[in-house]
Design a protein around this ligand. Structure first.
Ligand code: DOR
Length: 426
């Protein structure tokens, strides 16, 4: 007979209910939710929330090509510690994820690590060069449903239009990194009054907003579904809000860092704060938070972007953009207090599961019969990052020394605990 696991006494948050109960798991499924359940193993969840596992729409795991920064295994472990059971992984690997061979490799490495579902995204253009389309149909037949050139925006409007036409026929989603490259050459931080004082080249909001606008109009004429990655400005939120009001099939995400950190931090000249798109103003943060509350923004996604210490120790102009996110996302979001815990579960699990089309197995209500992909977290616990204890291979996080609120206690992936009491199990 198979062994059973019971999660005891947590508050289960489902779409239409919230109750204190035990969850019994056998093999890879939830078999019962109720009071006084017994099992071969028990995990305490008192004072904790029990929800479906988190789904990240935006993780850079760097394998193949930059294993010095992260591997699929270390990134998966960082994800499990952050409460994730599925990660959509970005295609700016080396080689890029523009062929079935690379997609298969990434999937296999994900299975081998066995800590989360690793869901490879495919490139929109060959080599992410923005010149010709990647073999989208072949990739779609190999099961890819999410396409992006993340790290680059697709600059050529005609190519993007064609990609959307193909995407519509194939029933897949395109995800855009919104950046008009001509406007951001050499940019290091947000274009604002302080960037002039600091003598740093600015990355203007309009470089993001022009592409958001262009792509909304391309969606209007093609009818394809489109996801906007890491939106960072007030006007972008307004554009998406209006597009949704028009009924267009558009979704959008924000990152924990764009909700919590402002452009003024660049006055330290510390490359840990260099990210693409850049940290913006407090008014932008307020608009992003308002977008979370009224449903304009569908998901919180990490843009987990590990970089080796050597690279992040270069000067601000040379250091690559990006910061870690998987292990701190929940703690940052709850510390910001931008929305209710139920909304956090929606933004980090239910909605992204749907956008990534993994909602048959992830982001389900915690009821008998579903796959046991679960997150158990203490929403009150305050903590701070210990760089020595990060599972990620890199340490480029700006949250060292800051107080975060809310910590993952247990993560269950396909019925097996990957994290117990904050400790990774393998
Ligand atoms: O900050 C970022 N880092 N933004 C991106 O779009 C790419 C990412 C990376 O790959 O490092």
């Amino acid at each position: 007979m198979s062994k059973s696991l019971v999660i005891k006494g947590g508050t289960i948050i489902n779409r239409k209910s919230q109750e204190v109960a035990d969850v019994k798991i056998e093999n890879d499924s939830v078999v019962e939710v109720g009071k006084n359940l017994k099992g071969d193993t028990q995990l305490d969840a008192s004072g904790c929330i029990v929800s479906s596992g988190f789904v990240d729409l935006h993780a850079h795991l760097r394998e193949p090509g930059k294993e010095e920064a992260e591997t699929i295994e270390t990134g998966s472990r960082a994800g499990a510690l952050g409460g994730y059971t599925a990660l959509v992984v970005m295609p700016n690997t080396d080689p890029p994820q523009d062929s079935v061979a690379v997609i298969d490799f990434v999937r296999e490495q994900g299975k081998r690590a066995g800590l989360v579902d690793v869901v490879p995204s495919g490139c929109i253009t060959l080599g992410r060069q923005g010149e010709s389309l990647a073999p989208m149909a072949e990739l779609a037949h190999a099961g890819v449903t999410f396409f992006t050139d993340d790290g680059n925006g697709v600059q050529d409007a005609a190519l993007m239009r064609r990609a959307l036409e193909y995407a519509r026929g194939l029933g897949v989603t395109l995800a855009q990194h919104c950046e008009v490259a001509e406007l951001t050459k050499g940019a290091v931080m947000n274009e604002c009054s302080c960037c002039t004082d600091l003598g740093l080249p600015g990355w203007p909001s309009i470089a993001e907003e022009l592409m958001v606008f262009r792509d909304i109009e391309l969606v209007r004429i093609t009818g394809a579904s489109m996801h906007f990655l890491h939106l960072s400005t007030k006007r972008s939120v307004e554009l998406v809000r209006a597009a949704k009001r028009d009924g267009l099939p558009i979704t959008a995400e924000v990152t924990p860092h764009h909700l919590s950190l402002t452009q003024e931090l660049l006055a330290s000249y510390n490359p840990v704060f260099k990210v693409n798109p850049p940290l913006r103003s407090i008014e932008d943060i307020q608009a992003l938070k308002a977008g979370l509350l009224d449903g304009t923004i569908d998901a919180i996604a990490t843009d987990h972007a590990p970089h080796p210490r050597r690279d992040k120790e270069m000067s601000l102009d040379l250091a690559p953009p990006g910061m870690l996110g998987l292990e701190t996302a929940l703690g940052v979001v709850l510390a910001e207090g931008a929305c209710e815990i139920r909304d956090v579960v929606a933004l980090m699990s239910w909605n992204p599961a749907k956008i990534a089309r993994v909602d048959a197995e992830h982001g389900r209500d915690v009821v008998a019969g579903v796959n046991a992909n679960l997150c158990v977290f203490d929403p009150q616990l305050t903590w701070s990052v210990d760089p020595e204890r990060l599972a990620s291979k890199s340490i480029n996080t700006p949250y060292i020394g800051r107080t975060l609120r809310g910590r993952v206690r247990h993560t269950i992936f396909k019925g097996t605990p990957t994290v117990i009491d904050g400790q990774a199990q393998k």
